[in-house]
Design a protein around this ligand. Structure first.
Ligand code: HEM
Length: 126
């Protein structure tokens, strides 16, 4: 428990790096600069997201939170799954641009939901 605050700060840091990398890649695609797929921008987000999720699991192990008891957290995990799915589709060059745009909007909405739930921790079902 003594490391809890450090792990939380690192988790938050990786979360904001993840958001920045995700939005940057969407912006590059929207400008027609799809070449980031041949640069470190292809794998850096995966490394950061792996650290983010490892820290998230560490928070669950050493902290007081339980996804089934704390509805904001359970909902956040469900949104995360939707975000991963929508995010991966948004970057699929094989899909038509309009469809990728829809996936991108869905991913951003779910990302906003994840951040809202993380920051406000509302009581959703009681
Ligand atoms: C399996 C996935 C995840 C789990 C289990 C998880 C777990 C947690 C927990 C337990 C906290 C509460 C820490 C506390 O207030 O003491 C937290 C905070 C936070 N999480 Fe996550 N998280 C996950 C994924 C994410 C993702 C994908 C993001 C954003 C991209 C994110 C962003 C944040 C932020 C910004 C906070 C700090 C909120 C604040 O108190 O200001 N988390 N997370």
């Amino acid at each position: 428990m003594e490391y809890y605050l450090n792990v939380k700060i690192l988790h938050m840091f990786c979360a904001y790096v993840s958001v920045t990398l995700f939005i940057s890649r969407l912006l590059l695609d929207s400008l027609g600069k799809v070449g980031w797929r041949h640069s470190p921008a292809r794998y850096l987000p995966h490394i950061n997201d792996s650290v983010l999720l490892t820290l998230a699991l560490t928070l669950l192990v050493i902290g007081p939170w339980q996804p089934l008891a704390h509805s904001w957290l359970g909902t956040k995990i469900l949104l995360l799954m939707g975000y991963i799915l929508a995010g991966s589709k948004a970057f699929k060059l094989a899909l038509p641009v309009k469809r990728r745009l829809v996936w991108a909007v869905l991913a951003l909405l779910q990302l906003a939901g994840i951040l809202y739930l993380a920051i406000n921790k509302p009581l959703l079902f009681s």
